[in-house]
Design a protein around this ligand. Sequence first.
Ligand code: NVA
Length: 303
Amino acid sequence: MVNHFLKLSDIAPEEIQPILDRAIALKSGATSNALAGKSVAILFEKPSLRTKLSFWVGTEKLGGNPVHFAPEEVGLGKREPVADVAQVMSRMSDVAVIRTFEQSIIEEFAKNASIPVINALTDAEHPCQALADTQTITEQLGSVKGANVAFIGDGNNVAVSLGYAVAGLGGHLTVASPDGYTVPAEDLEGANTYGAAAGGSMKQVTSPQEAVANADIVYTDVWTSMGQEAETAKRLVDFDGYQVNPGLLDQASVNVKFMHDLPAHPGEEISHGLLYDSRSVAFDQAENRLWAQAALMEKLIQS
Ligand code: NVA
């Protein structure tokens, strides 16, 4: 049976910490040849900086060969059926890393692939980001267990995967979103079930102030995700009052750290300069994509 990573809960809660520990070890200089002689096909239907760079460099660090396809090159499901692309990639490469739109596309891809498939962002989840995020929280706080994490903004892909990861590690995620942008009910329930044994939780509120009270981490993401650009004007109105700025951070725990998956839109979800605030760990978080994904690929290829 092939191991895919299409959503955070494709790994068991107790499998997360070993991946993070391995990511931290790789970051500290441990080496690996897990992908020696192997190729990783990286196919993106949306723009990317961190994800492309981190999978490319991470593959090389594990001794493998990355092969990247830009959005216009393949035409997944348009120029060629998803199932056929999956079969061809499975014949010539050893891991497929896919960034696309609906979750159903990557699920169809995985169903037709005989190699591990990794979700490099869909509209529903961004599970690799959540591994890097929880690695960052581990580095900052020593552990995710018992941590209070506040996510301010859209309850979509980044918030959902973060909720599963934080809850699975025994932490508590509170998401503050305006009406119409809350975390899907099945994921709220799913993350709480996933995190139950570890004592973790995920909850939804409306007020950013309520979410940040006692927060060790305050996290936000763009208000307009890739593919939603036509809704930008409406979203600017709907998310008014949800900006993370120094004043909001001042209402959190005294040692609060600020996180953002990037790219950021200063003046919208964050105030100008917040990425460079002494409380920001956004660039550590960006770097951790490299190490978390290297640890993930090592695990998937070896199991
Ligand atoms: N929610 C954002 C994340 C970007 C990394 C998006 O989907 O565009």
